[in-house]
Design a protein around this ligand. Structure first.
Ligand SMILES: Nc1ncnc2c1ncn2[C@@H]1O[C@H](COP(=O)(O)OP(=O)(O)OP(=O)(O)O)[C@@H](O)[C@H]1O
Ligand SMILES: [Mg+2]
Length: 283
């Protein structure tokens, strides 16, 4: 019988273990969080822009960490503790072709509200023309007032998918932050730490700068901690806690996944599956 009650500890646990859940705290990623946070705010204090390169194998919390930082900075901006900024996410796997990234960035730069009005119909070619003009005129001096001097933070996720034969899209996104007064911060996320040396031309690599952060695969203690923290957050309103997964089941899943990949997505999926299973892992 499906478990539907909102107070059902099994349903709560399954929701908490879902890979789509967005926990506010990411255990075992505090150091990486701090490092990226410092890098972003440092670039901001410099008053210009810059790139941060993040790498790590799948499921190591790269996207989740950047999302949490963006959320935190947006909250701070709302309460006037941080400068307001436009945040845009460009995911190489979610756009039809790499050049579509230009249209998304132009929307952010021009203040187009895609949530309200849908995506603008400007072609990628036109968007590139406008972006080039915007960033080439120092501090956007030719821009209308709503466009000039604002801070923009761009997450370029799944960077591998944005590489073209000419590497022009990635080159432009890494080059614009280096222009005076651009106030553009690019956070590039990829799966391999040596992608700049292996794939990028010297011209592209030189724009990337020195800020690189690598996310190592999780080891089993970390995977166990991640699962336990998620289960801990799933307390029913009654306050009554039930052991949804035994310590041994979690340990077993964590060790298995760590020996293969260290992918948090995998361990969460396995534990969630065991929660759904009426039999449990050892039955
Ligand atoms: N430290 C953590 N604590 C809690 N959940 C985590 C942690 N690290 C990763 N996760 C969860 O694991 C899943 C995968 O994380 P994420 O998408 O950030 O990985 P990724 O490194 O971006 O992977 P990919 O390279 O495949 O995009 C998400 O559901 C995320 O919330
Ligand atoms: Mg990701």
């Amino acid at each position: 019988m499906p478990r539907v009650a909102r107070n059902d500890p099994y349903v709560l646990a399954m929701n908490a273990l879902h890979v789509g859940a967005r926990p506010e705290e990411l255990p075992c990623r505090t150091a990486e969080y701090e490092e990226i946070y410092k890098a972003v705010t440092g670039l901001l204090e410099d008053g210009s822009g810059g790139c941060i390169y993040i790498s790590g194998v799948p499921g190591t919390g790269k996207t989740a960490t950047v999302h949490n930082i963006a959320r935190k900075l947006q909250q701070l901006a709302k309460s006037d503790e941080f400068e307001p900024f436009t945040y845009v996410e460009i995911n190489g796997l979610k756009i039809p072709e790499p050049v579509a990234a230009y249209s998304l960035l132009w929307e952010a730069v021009s203040g187009h509200d895609a949530k309200k009005h849908g995506h603008s119909r400007i072609s990628a070619k036109e968007a590139l023309k406008r972006l080039t003009k915007h960033f080439d005129t120092a501090a956007g001096e030719d821009d209308p007032p709503w466009c000039a001097g604002l801070l923009r933070v761009v997450l370029m996720d799944e960077l591998d998918q944005l590489m073209t034969a000419k590497q022009d899209v990635v080159y432009n996104f890494f080059n614009w932050p280096t222009l005076p007064g651009s106030r553009l911060i690019v956070i590039a996320v990829a799966n391999t730490h040596d992608m700049p040396e292996r794939v990028m031309s010297g011209k592209v690599r030189s724009r990337l700068g020195m800020q690189r952060i690598n996310f190592k695969p999780y080891h089993w203690e970390q995977l166990r901690e991640i699962v336990e923290a998620r289960l801990k957050s799933a307390v029913p309103r009654s306050g009554k806690t039930v052991e949804i997964l035994s310590k041994d089941s979690i340990l077993f899943a964590a060790r298995k996944v760590a020996s293969v990949s260290g992918d948090a997505r995998r361990v969460l999926d396995i534990c969630r599956y065991v929660c759904t299973s009426p039999l449990g892992i050892y039955d």
